[in-house]
Design a protein around this ligand. Sequence first.
Ligand code: UD1
Length: 433
Amino acid sequence: MDKIVIHGGKKLVGEVMNSGSKNASLPIMAAALLSAEPSRIENVPDLRDVHTMVKLLRVLGAQVDYTNGVVEVYPGNAIKSNAPYDIVSTMRASVCVLGPLLTRLKEADVSIPGGCVIGARPIDLHIKGLEMLGADILIDHGFVKAKAPKGLRGADVYLGGNFGSSVLATANVLMAATLAKGTTYIEGAACEPELVDLAEFLIKMGAKIKGHGSHLIEIQGVKKLHGANHRVIPDRIEAGTFMVAGAMMNGNDILVRNCIIDHNHALIDKLKQSGALVLKSKSSIRLKRRGRLRPVDVTTLPYPGFPTDLQAQMMALMTLTPGISVITEKIYPDRFIHISELTRMGAKIFLEGSTAIVSGVGHLSGAPVMASDLRASAALLLAGLAAEGETEVNRIYHLDRGYEKIEEKLSALGAEIFRKKEESQKELAAVAL
Ligand code: UD1
């Protein structure tokens, strides 16, 4: 497995181009299955998860081309209803083919994605929502087997859960409702910008949707959707990661281009409170660090609250902020695996339930660390960039799921960072001989 090696302590100065949103691209690619006609999706980041979705759409029978950030999906009329375990198990977002397959084919067999290191991640809200639209759903041998022989019908569907609204459950029900008979109201809908982008794509396909971006979405079912062209929104989590990077060390000064400021207000507010300098312009944001930071408290919440996907990165910043900072995780109460790795670098963090209390230290020291999930990997990178000496981040395939050309982008800002290809077992054996 590849690893990333960082020689920390170099100031990060310059411009970085933010990529298209991973979390918007994946459901939009799945939504292309709603029509037999071709769709063209632009600004799709070159990431492992995107390649997994390309693979899944092909297994389902669609023709897919992915070149230079443009995905062209031609589903045709021979789409299959079975999404196999070997693909779905590698990426949870695969579950968003469930709604499109069920509503278009009147049946879907989609492997249940299972939990992951950030928590249990059930799909009860997806199932509840689709059942309310009239689907018969059975969990059988690890698959969601859904049927609606007479087609889905509009209904009032409440999707609020114990941890707030679910993004992909809202996406699944929204997509399914576009071809249902009658009108659907999704109450307690997720409001994330990626979901708004999905709704915009569906509207371009001919769907009748109102209220996306609020907790109440109205979908008037139509008989048929057509192909559409769409440009995916910029990735607010990648932008946020670079913004935190800008605050990590004195003298850092990063201009993040191609972002939507409105999507990052919760983070901007916390960075300002912590004393970082934030300069906004139309589609870019500049982050500067001059002087000491002040501690802040952060609670992760559904949008427009502070995103759970930036919690680990914010914690990396807090480890170097003098005083006591507190993080409360309300979306994934167990999403704290990065704590033990940050501790190996000298951080002082105490975990009490779903609250982490971080005592800022004077410096972090580079160490070999293990990435456990996508955003934890980003936090370890940020910590490594600010640490003294060498940090080796192992298992970086997590990072490749969600950050496009990350070493190139950080190197261009002045970081000393490179990817080390792990010698294969075969090569190691040859050396041993
Ligand atoms: C999406 C994002 C992920 C982000 C998360 C929360 C994508 C591809 N992924 O994941 O990066 O971290 O939103 O912002 O867009 N839940 C249930 N039952 C369900 C579904 C979810 O209890 O049926 C719970 C989850 O365990 C979690 C909370 O609801 O505690 C929010 O999860 P959800 O919004 O569904 O996350 P995803 O859509 O899977």
